[in-house]
Design a protein around this ligand. Structure first.
Ligand code: SAJ
Length: 475
């Protein structure tokens, strides 16, 4: 039996767990562990921006906004059972059997594929400082392939003097949560668990198995786990880029992309799949906008030669560029609409509907609405932003009053498919805008083009080549 095998055997089953990073991933992760193990510490830096979460959690309140079914009840439950506590005292790590880390890994410069590992490194150093023999360390953050067994292992060894894979276990178990379904996703999604060696993988399987309900454990090597996570998002981004490109083609060919989508989607049968998704005003969020670049960087720093068609850019990076073009396309559609009624951005008022990056959520990270806002404001447009779930983002004022936002608007531009926008009435919107021919740009296929065209609107919709060149009705 290996040295680590003996140490873990002596230590016995996992009882006390720590989670570093009380965010969208760490909080549900911690309370689900608390349900199954004896005690869980939820570690959170007492920083200006996030320190407040410690007190909220210890008062049984979720600091996360948006609808998260089951989360707050679970926080209250494990708090009342004395099985969970949040703290900024990282020294408590030394008494634990396992500690996981869920800290965001954004990119500071996508062009150079440079991730900002600052917060992640600080978290790993904190763990290393208090690391003891036999503890299992698991990185849940989305990271560049190779990070666990190189970057993280080196820091932990430097801080603790312990040998990864011999004195302590080290693994990667990527989170696969989506805002709005955090608890359900952790319990039900299959869990990829990748150790730097067999003993590490085995110990991590022990940690995650009790939390899963219908999900299964899928064990593998830590680098394979890092590639699985980044590639599963890269593939989704690629699928979205594929339908976005098809939407642009359909606009040029004056056909309705949704007819084509229905047609393609009808192809069924053994082994036949067409994962055809939905075109839209862009791709936001904290997953798809960066995981492609983690994967690209992983290959780049892997040190081995990549055999790839000469002079060809990565298909995956091209997909990112197509998705990041969509806010520019929304700008172009708005410009065409305004020009057709003799208006320019300069001096026009635009009602921008939807600031969250995803429907019926308050999550605004990397929202595609932002590059659009920058472009139209640079051209002199006055913009009111509306979002039913978001009241502000940094210094931006975001209204929850839809009527107020639309008053006097020359153009109404739908960026997010919030349910509140599904049944906006053409006659009411026109009255509010106060213009004979307001422009309406549908970035999420939420309105009926004919209803608005009949009311005298200038309609433009993503993928709606069958409607975008319509005659303006003089109603
Ligand atoms: N989007 C489209 N068209 C689509 C789907 C999405 O334009 O057909 C846009 C959305 O508007 C949004 C962005 O892409 O701006 C991302 O949407 P998303 O549904 O992928 O949501 P995310 O970013 O929260 O992705 C998460 C990921 N989950 C994890 O990382 C654990 C992703 O892997 C999941 O596939 C996705 O949720 C999901 O399917 O729920």
């Amino acid at each position: 039996m290996s040295k680590l095998g003996k140490i873990l055997k002596e230590k016995g089953p996992i009882r006390k767990v720590g989670v570093v990073g009380m965010g969208y991933v760490g909080i549900p992760s911690a309370v689900l562990f608390a349900e199954k193990f004896d005690f869980v510490w939820g570690f959170q830096r007492a920083s200006q921006s996030s320190g407040y979460k410690i007190e909220m959690l210890n008062n049984g309140i979720s600091p996360l906004k948006g609808e998260e079914p089951g989360l707050e009840d679970l926080i209250k439950k494990v708090r009342s059972q004395g099985k969970f506590e949040s703290t900024s005292d990282f020294s408590k790590i030394r008494d634990l059997d396992a500690v996981t880390l869920a800290i965001q890994t954004p990119f500071k410069d996508k062009g150079e594929l440079e991730p900002d590992f600052g917060a992640l490194e600080e978290g790993i150093r904190q763990i290393g400082k208090y690391l003891k023999e036999g503890i299992l360390v698991v990185l849940e953050s989305t990271i560049t392939p190779g990070t666990t067994k190189n970057f993280a292992a080196d820091i932990l060894k430097e801080e603790s003097g312990l040998i990864p894979g011999e004195d302590f276990a080290l693994a990667h178990a990527p989170e696969r949560v989506m805002v709005g379904r955090l608890i359900r996703n952790i319990r039900e999604h299959d869990r990829i668990v990748g150790g730097i060696n067999m003993e590490s993988t085995g110990r991590a399987v022990e940690l995650y198995t009790p939390v899963l309900t219908i999900g299964k454990i899928i064990p593998m090597d830590s680098t394979a786990a890092e590639v699985t996570k980044t590639a599963e998002n890269t593939f989704r981004d690629l699928q979205i880029a594929a339908i976005n490109e098809l939407a642009l083609y359909c606009e040029a060919m004056r056909i309705n992309v949704y007819d084509v989508r229905t047609g393609i989607d009808s192809l069924k049968g053994e082994g036949i799949t067409r994962a055809i998704l939905y075109p839209g005003a862009g791709v936001g969020g904290h997953c798809l906008t960066k995981d492609t670049y983690h994967l690209e960087r992983g290959v780049k720093i892997s040190g081995s030669k990549l055999d790839y068609p000469a002079e060809s850019a990565s298909l995956y990076v091209l997909a990112r560029k197509i998705n990041d073009f969509m806010p520019q396309h929304m700008y172009n559609l708005t410009n065409e609409g305004l020009t057709s009624i003799g208006k320019k951005f300069n001096g026009s008022k635009i009602a921008l509907l939807g600031w969250a990056f995803i429907n019926n959520s308050d999550d605004t990270r990397n929202t595609p609405s932002e590059p659009y806002l920058d472009m139209v404001e640079k051209d002199g447009a006055r913009v009111t932003i509306h979002d039913p779930y978001v009241s502000q983002d940094g210094s931006l004022k975001i209204s929850q009053d839809l009527e107020e936002s639309i008053k006097g608007a020359d153009a109404i531009v739908i960026f997010t498919g919030h349910k509140q926008y599904l049944n906006i009435k053409a006659s009411a919107i026109k009255k509010l805008s106060g213009h004979k021919h307001p422009v309406i740009i549908d970035g999420r296929n939420v309105i009926d083009p004919d209803a608005f065209i009949k009311e005298g609107f200038v309609y433009k919709g993503i993928g709606r080549g069958d409607k975008n060149y319509h005659e303006i009705c003089n109603k």
